[in-house]
Write a protein that binds this ligand. Sequence first.
Ligand SMILES: Cc1cc2nc3c(=O)[nH]c(=O)nc-3n(C[C@H](O)[C@H](O)[C@H](O)COP(=O)(O)OP(=O)(O)OC[C@H]3O[C@@H](n4cnc5c(N)ncnc54)[C@H](O)[C@@H]3O)c2cc1C
Length: 357
Amino acid sequence: MTISIGIVGAGIIGRLLALKACARGWRVTLFERGAEDGATACSSVSPAMLAPYCELDVAEKTVSDLGALSLRLWPEILCEFDLPVYFQQAGSLVVAPPQNSDELEHFARTVKSRASEDVFQNIKSDELKVFEPDLDSRFQSGLFFPSEGQIDSRGALAALLMAARERGADCRFGQEVRAIRPNEIDCGNATSKFDMVFDCRGYGAAKDIKNLRAVRGEIIRLHAPDVHLNRPVRLLHPRWPLYVVPRPDNHYIIGATTIESEDASPIALRSMLEMLSAAFTISAGFSEARILETLTGLRPAFPDNEPRIMHQPGLIRVNGVYRHGFLLAPVLTDYACQLAEKSQPSAPMPYLVREAA
Ligand SMILES: Cc1cc2nc3c(=O)[nH]c(=O)nc-3n(C[C@H](O)[C@H](O)[C@H](O)COP(=O)(O)OP(=O)(O)OC[C@H]3O[C@@H](n4cnc5c(N)ncnc54)[C@H](O)[C@@H]3O)c2cc1C
């Protein structure tokens, strides 16, 4: 018998879930209050670094282990797309100015203590020049994480939607959902019934999920023809920790702030000044860059900043993916599908919460 499912929320979690459900032959209806371009989704703001090991500085080993698993799944997902989507796996580089070399040592110690294998290489000044010739010469050493990657978030959202539609998903945009109940999605004027409902509303689910909070993040998109960086560069700095993520044609994303707030208003002047100053520290070539766009997103997070899959009969919620939505989406959506079909999970799922009906 064909399973019918309703998904609420077309961020990275909802869209990838829709594609995976279609691949299983399920009948899929996706409800999203915003437009197809994902402008109301935190996902469209994300630079979408797939960095399971660099994140060990702030995340638990379990997140990193699942992230490493997910990173291996992304290339298979890309094969499902008809649209080309920028994906790169050329590693990440972490640097600190010489006066903050203790920050680099601390970062290396933290990652080493949490990782189960050697995940980075120490890079000295002359090698750094070969890795990233445009990096400012004041940087004397760095840490290179060879297996990490990144994906174009907006491109991935568009390609996922196209692929899900081609496989039969009924995707309804501009459709605000008023209430979610087991087996039911209520849009105010009509209630639809499903074998399983998936709640993928990100921070939009806060009124229904205890302890879900928002963590504001701001980014700046630049065009910098004078800068040629080959991979994401993270700058460790006591006041302005930031990253620069390269995209094709000398486009860059500078990010990101991490602010405990549910304010989704445009970027603050102070954040902009700090991020641009820090970018200039990485390479003086940014001085002639053009500012294309600034964006703000609300990361959905639980108090421990770890994700949850909350399950009760007829309803599965996937949320709290914090700063790891792209990193974790492949494994979390697999688990959610396996739960719905009551099949054996492909790997242990540490973030499963069984809720009373
Ligand atoms: C600045 C920044 C940098 C980041 N960097 C990275 C990174 O490098 N790597 C990484 O993996 N992650 C990163 N993240 C985190 C990542 O973007 C999030 O974890 C992820 O986008 C959350 O996805 P989601 O699908 O859960 O939620 P969302 O993307 O927010 O999607 C939820 C969707 O639900 C819809 N919705 C809500 N309520 C309703 C309703 N009532 N009815 C209908 N629709 C509704 C919303 O409109 C939205 O489209 C970053 C985030 C930010 C802000």
